[in-house]
Ligand binder design. Structure first.
Ligand SMILES: *[C@@H]1O[C@H](CO)[C@@H](O)[C@H](O)[C@H]1NC(C)=O
Ligand SMILES: *[C@@H]1O[C@H](CO)[C@@H](O)[C@H](O)[C@H]1NC(C)=O
Ligand SMILES: *[C@@H]1O[C@H](CO)[C@@H](O)[C@H](O)[C@H]1NC(C)=O
Ligand SMILES: *[C@@H]1O[C@H](CO)[C@@H](O)[C@H](O)[C@H]1NC(C)=O
Ligand SMILES: *[C@@H]1O[C@H](CO)[C@@H](O)[C@H](O)[C@H]1NC(C)=O
Ligand SMILES: *[C@@H]1O[C@H](CO)[C@@H](O)[C@H](O)[C@H]1NC(C)=O
Ligand SMILES: *[C@@H]1O[C@H](CO)[C@@H](O)[C@H](O)[C@H]1NC(C)=O
Ligand SMILES: *[C@@H]1O[C@H](CO)[C@@H](O)[C@H](O)[C@H]1NC(C)=O
Ligand SMILES: *[C@@H]1O[C@H](CO)[C@@H](O)[C@H](O)[C@H]1NC(C)=O
Length: 813
């Protein structure tokens, strides 16, 4: 068993790099429960929004704790004062209040609509794990079907409590910030048309603090006794821990796939969309299911228009509040959320709103270990012409189709028989069913810890991303700068990247502050008259093998507010970011916002009626309204890497501040991808691939800013493909090829052959490490295997830059 020992040593090596301390079952149990808690809390809030779309007030009230409080700001006086809010206590009073508040805009009465968006969570879980707070951005679009409409935007600062094993809302606290109707648009609700800063439940010192007590315990802050109140943890078995951590890992993969699919749809990259489905996949729209397979899927996609975006075509579909449910055996999953289509043809001056619920089914391909889409299911809430709006019931006949079921927000324990079988554990050698895994408890703990860190990295990245979003909305320059690593960098739109928090802070304050102040100056913001809300939505988060670094893509959906009704609109862009775990905090490493792909001129004209911009004019309304201001900023404070850097010529041409000519909406700008196809592993079909290194200025301009140049791993850019074939004229030797993306070597990772026949698993072939060329030749062993057609499973265990992967070779031995 010498070979097994080497395989284990490899993984133990990566895992111990994570945390030198020896972690026991208690430690991992405690941290697992913390991650599950944060996810349940998010699910509860997302479910609240989903139920509101269908007028299910009773079920919404059920999400509150006993004596839970709903405090809803009226927006008629001092927004921050409790006296300006309706406050109701207890489930039945809350239910009544919700019903009354919605009135005829309940999403049930024919033609009515109650669209509820709530996203960008920042969740802080108490040290004792029993209570939590959460900040969310919120927006509702309502209509009664008879012409009356409402638009309401604001911020939630909520509190949650764990009660009898379930997370509940103990205080739902809504601060209204802007409101209006469809006809005229919205405006600020604050006194004199200003907007106060909604108090934060977290301080800068807390921002980004890791969820994991084990990580905190190993830092100075943790040792200083910052972990007081830590409960005596329960102790789950190693099998239970491995199973539940795997469950979280699967959920991350599913969420990425669903969110990633959406970006392909936005760009009408039809071949990429089709490639995410199973061979007999389908699309179901309003209970009508397409023919199965690629042709059937394509036929539905064609209804959205031809492949690719041409001048003036907008096909945005932001997703909000995705809840994912993975089956106990980890073979199937469902994802439910809200999708809003912002559809436009600027050439024809037409635009449309499409409000849909999605309820997608996914399955795990057991041959490759990757998730795929089985059925992409859409349920229409309402479609409306931009010109007339959503107040009159929309342009399609009222739907009688029953909305898809709401998923449970809670993790339910499943009988062992229904669970993922132990033999699926992908990171260790595969054993015959009758044999106990031979790994030592120490290496199993270390590996479980590593996998736990990977899922916590997912939530922590979304969390720091949210903190950044809220700080940037309030233009807290020095605070969002301090969310960055000391070695971090950020793109200042239109200019270039600034390196270190100090430079990031200065580049922001010199641009947006009236006086030369590097610290957060509330007077700048507390009487501000307009706020550009950055909705950092729909994350695709690729986490490194050791869980310490991550690559993050989020949408930037921006809505502005101001004193004037109708003077506000929308714009959309894309963030390409990276984050790292530094001490006890998850920090921003790299922020690139590739500027904007589209915008509306103002509320009335929408995105479909934007005058073509000249190539030097910046059209976006909020940040980019004044090019001379940027010129001044970059003269005084030159960026460390300019958008005009020669190494970034291809990447930045067309974006504001990049090499000319600038392409502004309704022109269609190229979109970049930091990851490969999440199912096939192929590069994006339009050749716009950037990674690794995933950090934008690291390629060519600043290689020394790359994660790998700073002791971090570069997250895998997609799945690992495993193919195998018999060596010619051999009959016993198999050549295995392992493939990641460009600059990702499979070298050093181990491969195992597993032969299954006569209903038995584990007539093993050889195992061995992958060479420089990504290949390894292994011999089939197994008495009784010869002369029969048998499937040979080929497992790749992964290395520092590639995930594990799996392939199947069916052939005659
Ligand atoms: C609103 O404007 C009035 C009149 O200019 C002024 O007296 C008052 O202080 C302002 N209120 C706030 C909250 O700024
Ligand atoms: C999220 O950030 C808050 C404050 O910024 C911090 O207290 C909390 O631990 C973080 N939570 C997660 C899940 O990372
Ligand atoms: C692990 O758990 C033990 C027992 O509860 C505790 O004493 C120890 O401090 C924990 N270690 C870490 C790194 O959290
Ligand atoms: C799709 O094909 C798989 C494998 O052939 C089969 O198990 C499954 O039942 C099929 N699903 C549907 C919805 O047709
Ligand atoms: C749509 O499909 C769902 C699930 O199969 C079913 O419950 C519902 O009754 C169907 N509705 C209509 C109008 O066909
Ligand atoms: C602004 O403040 C910074 C830091 O105090 C200083 O270095 C800089 O010279 C100041 N700039 C101007 C224009 O006053
Ligand atoms: C919106 O833009 C159009 C076209 O420029 C203009 O005619 C209209 O007055 C604007 N509306 C508002 C409320 O600013
Ligand atoms: C902007 O530049 C592009 C590419 O050079 C050109 O096709 C387009 O006509 C220009 N647009 C305007 C308004 O000048
Ligand atoms: C743009 O800059 C000019 C010159 O500094 C200034 O007068 C003008 O107010 C600025 N406009 C905006 C929208 O910031």
């Amino acid at each position: 068993m010498k070979i097994t020992a080497i395989v284990l040593a490899l993984w133990a090596g990566i895992a111990t790099a994570v945390n030198p301390g020896l972690l026991g079952l208690e430690n991992l149990t405690q941290d697992l429960l913390r991650i599950e808690s944060v996810r349940e809390i998010k699910n509860v809030q997302r479910t609240y929004a989903q139920l509101a779309q269908h007028g299910r007030w009773n079920d919404m009230a059920d999400l509150f704790a006993d004596n839970g409080i709903l405090r809803w700001g009226k927006g008629t006086g001092d927004i921050l004062s409790t006296s300006d809010a309706s406050s109701v206590t207890g489930r039945s009073a809350i239910e009544d209040w919700l019903r009354q508040e919605a009135g005829n805009m309940d999403g049930i009465k024919p033609g009515s609509i109650h669209v509820f968006m709530s996203d960008m969570p920042v969740i802080t879980l108490a040290d004792d794990g029993r209570t939590a707070q959460g900040r969310w951005t919120a927006l509702r679009k309502l209509g009664d079907g008879k012409g009356a409409t409402r638009i309401e935007g604001g911020i939630f600062e909520n509190e949650y409590v764990s009660s009898e094993g379930k997370w509940k809302i103990s205080l739902l606290r809504y601060y209204p910030l802007y409101a209006g109707n469809y006809e005229k648009g919205w405006k600020n609700l604050g006194a004199n048309g200003s907007l106060p800063v909604v108090p934060y439940h977290y301080t800068l010192a807390q921002a980004g603090v890791t969820l994991l007590q084990t990580e905190r315990a190993s830092t100075t802050a943790g040792q200083k006794g910052n972990l007081k109140g830590r409960p005596t943890p329960a102790k789950l078995s190693i099998e239970e821990l491995e199973y539940r951590v795997a469950h979280l890992n699967e959920e991350d993969e599913v969420r990425n796939l669903v969110h990633g699919m959406g970006y392909y749809v936005d760009r009408r990259m039809w071949p990429d969309v089709v490639s995410l489905f199973t061979q007999n996949g389908t699309i179901t729209v309003q209970n009508t299911t397409s023919p199965t397979g690629p042709a059937g899927i394509q036929s539905v996609l064609n209804r959205m228009g031809p492949e690719g975006l041409s001048h003036g075509i907008l096909n945005e579909h932001p997703f909000f509040g995705t809840v994912v449910s993975v089956s106990p055996d980890h073979k199937t999953a469902t994802a439910r959320g809200l999708e809003i289509g912002l559809i436009g043809d600027s050439n024809a001056r037409t635009g449309q709103w499409q409000f849909c619920v999605f309820h997608h089914s996914l399955v795990k391909d057991l041959n490759t270990g990757t998730w795929k889409i089985q059925d992409l299911k859409h349920h229409r809430l309402l479609f409306a012409d931009y010109a007339t709006g959503w107040g009159n019931g929309g342009i399609l006949p009222a739907s009688s189709v029953v909305p898809p079921p709401i998923l449970s927000p809670y993790y339910q324990s499943a009988p062992t028989a229904n669970r993922r079988p132990v033999s699926w554990r992908p990171f260790f050698k595969r054993y015959p069913a009758w044999e106990e895994p031979k790994e030592s408890i120490t290496s199993r703990l270390a590996n479980t810890h590593r996998l736990l860190l990977r899922s916590s990295a997912y939530d922590e990245s979304e969390n720091t991303s949210g903190s950044y979003g809220f700080y940037i909305d309030d233009i807290r320059c020095s605070d969002f700068a301090k969310l960055h690593s000391d070695r971090g960098h950020k793109l200042s739109p239109g200019i270039g990247w600034y390196y270190t928090p100090d430079a990031i802070s200065l580049s922001c304050s010199s641009r947006y502050y009236r006086q030369n102040s590097t610290s957060y100056n509330p007077s700048m913001s507390s009487l501000r008259s307009s706020v550009p809300f950055h909705w950092r939505l729909q994350p695709v988060i690729l986490v490194s093998q050791d869980g310490r670094s991550a690559t993050l893509r989020t949408r930037n959906l921006q809505t502005g507010t101001s004193r004037t009704q109708g003077n506000n609109g929308w714009m959309g862009g894309m963030y390409h970011d990276q984050l790292v775990l530094e001490g006890e905090k998850r920090k921003l490493w790299s922020i690139t916002i590739d500027e904007f792909y589209w915008n509306s001129r103002n509320w009335t004209t929408g995105w479909a009626n934007v005058a073509p911009a000249s190539n030097t004019t910046v059209t976006s309304k909020w940040w980019l309204s004044n090019i001379s201001k940027y010129k001044r900023q970059s003269d005084n404070l030159p960026p460390d890497v300019s958008l005009q850097h020669p190494a970034l010529l291809e990447r930045e041409t067309g974006f504001n501040g990049g090499p000319p000519p600038t392409i502004s909406w309704p022109g269609v700008q190229r979109m970049w991808w930091a990851y490969r196809n999440l199912v096939t592993g192929d590069l994006p079909s339009d050749n716009s691939y950037w990674g690794p290194p995933g950090c934008v200025p690291c390629r060519g301009a600043k290689p020394e800013w790359a994660l790998t140049a700073n002791g971090y791993q570069e997250p895998p850019s997609g799945p690992t493909t495993v193919t195998a074939d018999w060596l010619p004229d051999s009959g016993v030797d198999i050549e295995v090829t392992i493939k990641g993306g460009p600059k990702e070597t499979a070298k050093g990772g181990w491969v195992q052959l597993v032969l299954s026949f006569d209903g038995e698993i584990g007539k093993f072939g050889e195992e061995g490490p992958v060479g420089d060329d990504g290949k390894v030749v292994l011999r089939v062993r197994g008495p009784g295997a010869f002369g029969r057609t048998i499937p040979i499973e080929v497992y790749y265990f992964g290395n520092e830059n590639l995930k594990p992967g799996k392939g199947i070779l069916v052939g005659e031995a």
